[in-house]
Design a protein around this ligand. Structure first.
Ligand code: OXD
Length: 309
């Protein structure tokens, strides 16, 4: 009987088990901390496991990230040497695109300003800009950023996308390397971060990149909190160089109650809800990986430990 450890305090084990059993009827689920005999654990489905925890299972064969990102797994210095797979799911991608589109349109149509004037009961018009004249940049145009970039382009915005290797996405100009980065940062009126967290993207938004961003531009971050130097972003917002930031991810989650982002008038905080793994749509691929691992076949959505995605 395949035995799966469920290691997350954020996701609902019951919903996952019910759905996983539709594909693997004899699956046994051990929900942390009721893990039973550690030797019986074959697979782990995990979100932010504590460092060292996954090394406790001597017969662990595969680690399945309960997310698109895997930085929370690779952060473990004692990670066992087994394959790590991530979730690549149409609903997760759609959720993230909805979030990115929502904030893109919110900033494009100056909604924070209209909300402020409405609070003062003022009938004020704040002017507008054609979508065709407002460039949106998406950093990271893999499955998630690429979907969002295509949808933004379909709304009539010029869209730039930046990634390690060139991509062909309808309506999106694909940029790479340092010169591509300079262009996307300088030309985007709204810049979206959909990058995975890797050693190369940690502290990506520092004072230098923020200063290189277009005057009055907006940042939307659905990547990871550690990609932003918080003090530098706050300074760029306070100076007016950056007009606003929609942040879904933070260095520490939950974002501490006293963190300056909460009260900052130009920051919109959401509690890491841009994309939540959905067992209804994503369990099939988790189950498929359990079946493939059991049969000794190639796994789906396996992560390259070198690149971290
Ligand atoms: C993810 C996330 O990586 O929700 O999927 O952050």
């Amino acid at each position: 009987m395949p035995t799966l450890l469920f290691k997350s305090t954020f996701d609902d084990p019951k919903a996952w088990l019910e759905r996983l059993r539709e594909f693997v009827p004899d699956l046994e689920l051990r929900v942390w901390p009721d893990i039973g005999n550690v030797e019986e654990i074959d697979y782990a489905l995990a979100w932010k496991p504590e460092p060292g925890d996954l090394a406790r299972y001597p017969n662990l064969k595969v680690i399945l990230s309960l997310a698109a990102g895997v930085d929370h797994i690779f952060a473990d210095p004692d990670l066992p040497d087994v394959p790590v797979c991530r979730i690549v799911d149409r609903d997760l991608i759609a959720q993230l695109s909805e979030y990115i589109l929502y904030f893109t349109l919110r900033y494009h149509r100056k909604m924070p300003l209209y909300e402020a004037t409405a609070r003062e009961h003022r009938w004020a018009k704040h002017g507008r800009c054609e979508a065709a004249l407002r460039t949106v940049g998406v950093l990271g145009i893999g499955e998630i950023g690429g979907d969002a970039a295509a949808k933004i382009a379909a709304l009539g915005f010029p869209v730039l996308g930046w990634s390690r290797s060139p991509k062909s996405i309808p309506g999106v100009e694909s940029l790479c390397a340092e010169d591509g980065l300079r262009r996307i940062v300088a030309e985007s009126a709204i810049l979206v971060c959909a990058l995975p967290l890797t050693p190369q993207t940690e502290n990506f938004f520092d004072a230098k990149i923020l200063a290189d961003m277009a005057e009055g531009s907006y940042l939307i971050n659905v990547g990871r909190g550690r990609q932003v130097v918080d003090a530098d972003l706050i300074a760029a917002l306070d100076s007016g160089h950056i007009a606003g930031a929609a942040l879904d991810v933070f260095h520490d989650e939950p974002l501490p109650a006293g963190h300056p982002y909460w009260a900052h008038p130009k920051v919109e905080v959401t509690p890491h809800i841009a994309g939540d793994p959905n067992p209804r749509t994503a369990a099939a691929q988790v189950a498929e990986n359990i079946i493939r691992a059991r049969d000794g076949r190639d796994l789906l959505n396996i992560v390259d430990p070198e690149t971290g995605y």
